[in-house]
Design a protein around this ligand. Sequence first.
Ligand SMILES: C[S@@+](CC[C@H](N)C(=O)[O-])C[C@H]1O[C@@H](n2cnc3c(N)ncnc32)[C@H](O)[C@@H]1O
Length: 212
Amino acid sequence: MSKLSGVKYVRYWHDRHAKDGAAYVGNIHKPEDVWKQGERFWQAIVNAIEAVSMPDPTHIVELGCGVGRITRLLAARWPKARVTGIDITPGALATARIQVPEAKFINNYRIPFSVAAPDLVVTCTCLQHITDPEVYADAVRSIKQRSKRKAWLVMLENNRPGPRAKHMAERVVEDYQEDFSPEFEVRSVIEYGSRELDKEPHAVIVARKGGN
Ligand SMILES: C[S@@+](CC[C@H](N)C(=O)[O-])C[C@H]1O[C@@H](n2cnc3c(N)ncnc32)[C@H](O)[C@@H]1O
């Protein structure tokens, strides 16, 4: 049995995707809101990136890309970059391959050795769902070790302590900061929360590896 098929919560995402299709992302129930929410997440990501001087990336990896709503926007913003999306849910990847034909998609729970080293890693509401400590440690390690010597990391993740739903981990900005250190140094944090569709506060964290 591969490590991926042994990941306990894989079935949760598989079932959620089978039930709700594209609308499984972000716990929202109207399919048209899926893409709207993706665009708002994207705007928050762009605001955080623009607060630092990040060079244009050449290879972007999005871990937990789901149906590709952020992958699509990454590919559009940096059309010259190679873009790779990674996710544990094959059904979501099937949609992503149609949505973003210019990107490559891989079924995995972390960045595998077969993927060329990225200079930008993006996660959008992915790490917050990794509840298995071993899988989380592997995913974090893969980002630290597999990224280029000089690389950037942009995470939009939940930022709220307290009891969470079964599929949510209880991490806040300081936890991510510690988990990605010393390789990645945080350059900007933008608190983000929308009452309209996502009732939970998030933060966009931009971190740099191999600084001057
Ligand atoms: C809430 S969705 C977000 C999808 C996408 N980032 C977006 O914003 O549209 C979370 C995604 O993370 C994926 N996921 C959860 N744990 C993962 C892991 N260890 N590695 C890769 N993907 C993972 C799930 O399959 C799901 O597609």
